[in-house]
Design a protein around this ligand. Structure first.
Ligand SMILES: [Zn+2]
Length: 282
């Protein structure tokens, strides 16, 4: 989604919907970032404006926003169709929406919801149902789609100060010695990518990221998913921090017979993904 917010001018407005601590790096754009949520943590990023509000009744006027970012939040909204209607209302004609959600059929989301008793995911999406929810009754049209990969980050050793708030199943993670758990997690990420490459499964997929435009001279809704433009995904996802990277931006190094990289965000060593992603169709 960086390519949507990076080129914006200082007078443009970006709405981070369901922002929490900030769903992307605000320093990556000169635009005015308006963070909206029902609550903000103490450590939230500094935004141009922070607004307490609900996704179902965005407290902004019509056609006032250039880009809406909905980063891993749509699955949490109590009434996601109303939130989408609100996005359609506040976006300027030609404005863009970035949506990233988990695919409820993927291993990552099934395991997460099992361990964390649903984890607050009140809306379950497939790619088809996501596109349908966005485009039905709105001027929003999906322009491209990107596969998002998992790092299974939620399986990391829990923070000792927070583990008491975990559901009982997830508390079991605290009983496994940290070093063993992190090693298992590291190689689990590698193993699912090897299986995906060999068997054409999608065990390493987390969900979907869509670029959507408000198109007033409207084209018809995207009903044929095979016609969606598919962007190459970032298959190298750090198991420690969840940052995703394309291989070309990483500095590989060899240890014995395997290639690794150091995560540019947190410095953790990860095995290089064996997956080779390319653009194409879904
Ligand atoms: Zn990292």
């Amino acid at each position: 989604m960086d390519h949507l917010v990076r080129p914006l001018s200082p007078v443009a407005v970006v709405l981070d919907l369901g922002a929490g601590p900030g769903s992307f790096s605000y320093a990556g754009t000169e635009a005015r970032v308006l963070a909206l949520d029902v609550d903000f943590p103490d450590a939230a990023q500094g935004a141009w404006a922070r607004v307490l509000g609900d996704s179902g009744a965005i407290p902004l006027g019509e056609e006032t926003v250039d880009v809406v970012v909905c980063n891993h939040t749509l699955e949490h909204f109590p009434d996601c169709r109303q939130a989408i209607r609100e996005i359609d209302r506040v976006l300027r004609p030609g404005g863009s929406l970035w949506v990233a959600v988990p695919d409820s059929g993927c291993l990552d989301d099934r395991l997460y919801r099992y361990l964390f008793l649903g984890g607050g995911h009140v809306n379950l999406f497939s790619l088809a149902s996501l596109v349908e929810a966005i485009e039905t009754g709105t001027r929003l049209r999906t322009r491209s789609c990107k596969k998002l990969y998992t790092g299974f980050v939620y399986l990391n050793p829990p923070d000792p100060g927070k583990v008491q708030y975990y559901p009982p199943r997830a508390q079991l993670l605290a009983r496994i010695p940290s070093r063993i758990l992190r090693t298992l997690l590291c190689w689990m990420n590698y193993a699912v990518r090897v299986l995906d490459r060999l068997l054409r499964t999608r065990l390493s997929q987390y969900g979907w990221g869509l670029v959507v435009r408000r198109e007033d001279n409207s084209s018809r809704p995207v009903t044929d998913l095979a016609r969606l433009r598919m962007e190459a995904g970032d298959a190298n996802v750090c198991f420690a921090c969840g940052d995703g990277h394309v291989e070309a931006t990483l500095k590989p190094f060899r240890v014995l017979f395997r290639t690794f990289y150091k995560c540019p965000n947190c410095g953790t060593r990860n095995p290089m993904s064996p997956l080779r992603e390319s653009s194409g169709s879904v």
